[in-house]
Every structure is written in C-alpha cells, then in structure tokens.
Design a protein around this ligand. Sequence first.
Ligand code: ADP
Ligand code: MN
Ligand code: MN
Ligand code: MN
Ligand code: MN
Length: 382
Amino acid sequence: VDPVIDHRPYNPKILSGPVLTNSPNAVLSKTLLSRYNDLPLPADKILATYIWIDGSGEHLRCKDRTLNFIPKAPKDLPIWNFDGSSTNQADGHNSDTYLVPRAIYKDPFRRGNHILVMCDTYKYNMEPTESNNRISCQEAYDKCKDDEPWFGIEQEYILLDSDLRPFGWPPGGFPPPQGPYYCGVGANKVFARDLVEAHYRCCLYAGVPIAGTNAEVMPSQWEFQVGPSIGVHAGDDLWVARYILHRLAEEYGVIVTFDPKPVQDWNGSGAHTNFSTKKMRNDNGIIEIEKAIDKLSKVHMKHIKVYDPRGGKDNERRLTGLHETASINDFSAGVANRGSSIRIPRSVAEDKKGYLEDRRPASNCDPYSVIDALMRTCILNE
Ligand code: ADP
Ligand code: MN
Ligand code: MN
Ligand code: MN
Ligand code: MN
C-alpha cells in the first residue's frame, strides 16, 4: 500500500529537546568503543551510574562515579549531590541537591561489577524535592507490606526520528492506517525491533523483571511489561527500564517519547497498571477485586490528577473515549472491556481470582504516584 501523504503538521511543541536534522549519535562508529571496553580497569574500581528523576517529574538524568568497593545494598552507597538549578530542582544560589541511593541494578552497558543506581532527590535541607514521589510511595508500601501489593506495568512508548516525527514514517506524511502493526512482523509493519530486543535483554541482565514485549497499534509504537513487582520496587524497576531504553536509543540515534499522544487520531500511549493483593490472588479473590473497584469509582478524579505529570492535562489528549480508552471524565469497569477505566481480564473473571487492570495511567506517569494512589485507595482506605 502506498503511504497516505498528509501534510498536516506534526506538533513537536509537546516534546522536549532540540530538533536535529540528523542525530550525530547515529553516524558515530558503534564498534570503536569495543576497543576500550576491553581495557582492564583496576580490579577495585566499580563504576556506578546514579539515576534520578528531574524537576519535570518526567525526564531522567544520570551521572557516573567511581567506587572502591562492591556495594551489597543501597545503604552501602554514598549519598551524592548535583546542581539542582540545572534540573529545575533548586535555585542557583542554593543549588546543591542530594541523591539518595534506593535501588541497585547490574549495569548492562559496562557489565562486570558495575552498577546502575536508582536514587531519589532531596533539597539542601534534606526535605524531598517536589518531584520526589517515591518517598510517599515508600511510606504507603511500608504500611501495607503484609497485603503483598503486586504491580505489573505495561509501558507503551513511541520511537521518533531526529526530526521528532515517528521513526520510519514517510517524510511529511503518514503511513497507511493502523491495523497491521499491532504485534506485527515484517519490514513494512514494525521498525527498530533490534532496539526492542536489546532493551529486553539489557533489562533482564540488569535485574528488571520484564514480563514481555510487543509491537503496538501505531507504527514505531512498542510496549514492554515490567513485573509483577512488589510495592515501591515496581516504580524503581520501571524507571530503570525507561533509563535503559533512553540510553540504548541514544546509541541508535533514535528518540524515545513517553508522551501519551504524540500524533492526533492515532492510538496514544498508556501505562496500564495491573494490580493485585494477596487476598485478590487467593480463591474467591474476585470479591476483593470488586471491593477495590468500588473504592476506585469514588475517587476517579483524584487518581486522574496523579496519573500523568501535569495533573491530568496530558491524559486529556489521550483519554478521549476513542482508540481503546475510556473518557477522562467518567469512571467505568468491565470484564475484558478495553474501553473502560478498569478492566477485569477474562481469565480473572473465570478463575474468580487474580488482578485488575487500571487502564488510566498515561505512558509518562510517575509509577511511584500511581502505585502510591492504588495502595492508599484500595488497601489503606485513605
Ligand atoms: P494486556 O492483555 O492488557 O495487554 P499484558 O500481558 O501486556 O496485558 O500485561 C499484563 C501485566 O500484568 C504483566 O506486566 C504481568 O506481569 C502483570 N500481572 C500478571 N499477574 C499479575 C498479578 N497477579 N498482579 C499484578 N500484576 C500482574
Ligand atoms: Mn562540575
Ligand atoms: Mn499489554
Ligand atoms: Mn498495549
Ligand atoms: Mn493492557
């Protein structure tokens, strides 16, 4: 099929970062570094990449340091700092912002004993920064650990070329309508599977429990699922999976966007959050699942406010009632219904136990906020 040429401009305003005509990364040699990766480093030197969420609540930052020991737990790692005035997290005159290590992963880029370290951020006076949603999530999880809350998050995302148009789309136009791309196979249906495969392997190596992956409804849109992971750890796992994806895409000269609706009239991206407690997973857990849905129905807007980084504004573009979404204004629940806010998977209805799927979180949500809200509403009755 010939591409449909459509000259409606694609709106890059919602995406951050410079528009490049060509990514310089894409043309750099990908094999030169291997000569230096083989250099034997001093045996006692461990390289640690500290990763954190910046003031946008949406984007990641990282910096590296050398350690002289192998840390066993996050508390073994030094607290570090950075210039918060450069990340929208502090004023210039009082800019030191602290990084507190919270979770350690193996570094799939450097291998060996090198590590990735997920951190949260604190102001000069050790108060959490505005975008530190992890601390509240940790507090909620500490109160309901006995309920064993599990989260499996389906992260959808879209790959962009350096001109900020979806990767592989015809210049100035659109590909043929959606239909053949979801779970597609073949050179005219899916783009950059090698990046997706590299991500899958890097995550598993790092210790991020990827459950699966699939091509999505829009060409160059993909999904991976993280989990089930327990409590606040699901947030750490998802943020590190996002970091690894951005980091790999950098090498390919491709851009990853988690914006929930980069292209009008095409499917947007979500972060469906599958949630269960021990009781829900036990026999007749469906009763607990229905109780949770009832509680969620009473605080719909409260959840919508924390399901994207702009208080619901981003999800307004995505939760239109079309493209497998429910309207942002209404709460609904149903078995196997992909047009509802909450879906009970068919197999869960049949087994009368399992989990529920909250389809509302946007792809650029902070999973700490989503998990926090689900635990507080459904378990802690707040
Ligand atoms: P969908 O059919 O909506 O596309 P996926 O297969 O993409 O669903 O994702 C299902 C997610 O649910 C996976 O991340 C999986 O780990 C997670 N999951 C499975 N069982 C549970 C459970 N009991 N509690 C929480 N999450 C679960
Ligand atoms: Mn400096
Ligand atoms: Mn899925
Ligand atoms: Mn999906
Ligand atoms: Mn889903």
